[in-house]
Every structure is written in C-alpha cells, then in structure tokens.
Design a protein around this ligand. Structure first.
Ligand code: BT5
Length: 231
C-alpha cells in the first residue's frame, strides 16, 4: 500500500493547496492549509471556508496511464465517505461527480487536476463552520451533527481510507471500489438535468459516467458536467 501523507507541508494560509504541490515529489506528498484565499472548485469555481474551520488539503498521486484520472474525484469521495461514516456513525452519500453529502447537504468536495503527468487531488471537508459561514445547500460536521471533529484525526482517517481504495482502484478501476459508490449514490432515482440531458439518474457506471434514463426510455451516459437535481 502506498504511504499517503508523506512528505507533508503545513501552511497557515495560501491561495490554494492545489498550487503548492510539487509534482516532482514522490506519490503521497500532501499539502495541508488552515485557510485558502483562492480555494478552487471545478470549472473555475471557488471553494470558500473561513480560516481554521475546514480540512483543506491536496495530495499528489501518480496513477498508471491506463486508469482514467478523472475517476479519482469519485475514489476520493468514497474515501471521504468511508472516513466520515466511521468517525460519525452516520450514512454518507456521494453526489456524482465529486461531492460528498451528509443529510442532503454538501459536506465535502473533491477535485482531481492532472499536472505534469501526475494528479493533484484536492479535498475540502467542512468541519467547524457555523450555518452563516456556509454557502447555500452546504453543511459542516458542526451544523449537521452538532458535534465537533478534530481536523487532524479526520485527515488521518481519510488518508488511510484513500490508501486502501486507491490500491484497489489502481488494480481494477471503479469496478474494484464500486461497493463504496453504488450504495451511496445520491442521485440515483432523482430527476436530473446535466448538459442538456434530462431524465432520471439510474447509476454511476464503471467508467465513472452518470447514466440518465430519459422519459422515452433511452439511457444516455454523461461524462462530466454540472448536475441540476430535484431535492
Ligand atoms: C468542488 O468543486 O466541490 C471541489 C472542491 C475542492 C476543494 C479543495 S480544498 C483543498 C483543495 N485546494 C483547492 O483549492 N481546492 C481543493 P465544485 O463541484 O466546482 O463545487 C464548487 C461549488 O461548491 C461552488 O461554486 C459553491 O457553490 C460551492 N461551495 C463553495 N465552497 C463550499 C463549501 N465550503 N462547502 C460546500 N460547498 C461549497
């Protein structure tokens, strides 16, 4: 199993941990920040959290060329869900392609960016934010459970879970980690619209695509995009 979390750089504040990962380091290198001034989401969006309230880190991975790197945001979601379920004892869902949901709120987001032939995997988990410190439809461990969580303990739990899921994914793709994904699929059975395709989400397939069944019964598999869904 690869050692994830070493070498490690901790910073109080930075623009984005994604920018501080040196891809010449060995796989497993991690950067952890207490605050980001320009945290990144997908498609040019931002990730916001007040200083000291969230777990914010980026991890360097060097997957084999035959694997689809974009699937790593789902693999990361599975690992975050594994860790949160273990620590909180509550069911956690994964909303394709990269959100982790607790009690129907987004509690964490994952971002897999390819760089220099490697993948920089960013994970943000909302831990201690109060309700007025969160965007719409988001929640933190504090607001959703009334409990506090230790960010370091959570980081270790996520890295442990990810090390195990990553080994399985490297060997066998999403099929090999599907037990952590299929039963946690937040969108399954919901009415969705993605990139102009509307219908009912039926599943995330083993290539990491969202399968949507339209009213005429045809099924379309969508590679990526922003999902609009009925709550
Ligand atoms: C994501 O993007 O969900 C990926 C977020 C990855 C963040 C981590 S933090 C450590 C590392 N360093 C970085 O710079 N990034 C990574 P996306 O699916 O595009 O979601 C972004 C959207 O989520 C925004 O447009 C907001 O609507 C919403 N959002 C922003 N901050 C949030 C938060 N703290 N909790 C929940 N939702 C948030």
């Amino acid at each position: 199993m690869p050692r994830l979390g070493e070498p490690r750089l901790d910073v109080d504040s930075c623009e984005s941990t994604q920018l501080l990962v040196d891809t010449s380091l060995p796989e497993g290198a991690v950067v952890v920040a207490g605050h980001q001034t320009a945290g990144r989401g997908r498609l040019g969006r931002t990730w916001e959290a007040p200083p000291g309230t969230a777990l914010l880190f980026s991890l360097l991975l060097k997957p084999p060329a035959e694997r689809r790197a974009a699937e790593l945001s789902l693999v990361a979601g599975i690992a975050v869900a594994d860790a949160l379920e273990h620590l909180l004892g509550l069911a956690v869902q994964i909303k394709w392609p990269n959100d982790v949901m607790l009690r129907r709120r987004k509690v964490a987001g994952c971002l897999a960016e390819a760089r220099d032939g490697a993948v920089v995997l960013g994970i943000g988990v909302n831990v201690g934010q109060a309700a007025d410190e969160l965007p719409a439809n988001a929640g933190s461990i504090r607001t959703l459970t009334g409990r506090t969580a230790d960010r370091e303990e959570l980081l270790v739990a996520i890295l442990d879970a990810l090390a195990s899921r990553y080994v399985d994914w490297r060997a066998g793709g999403l099929d090999a980690v599907y037990d952590g994904l299929g039963p946690r699929d937040f969108l399954r059975g919901r009415r969705v619209s993605v990139n102009g395709v509307s219908g009912v989400a039926s599943m995330v397939d083993s290539d990491g695509r969202l399968a949507i069944t339209a009213t005429d019964g045809t099924t379309v598999a969508v590679e990526s995009g922003e999902v609009v869904y009925a709550r």
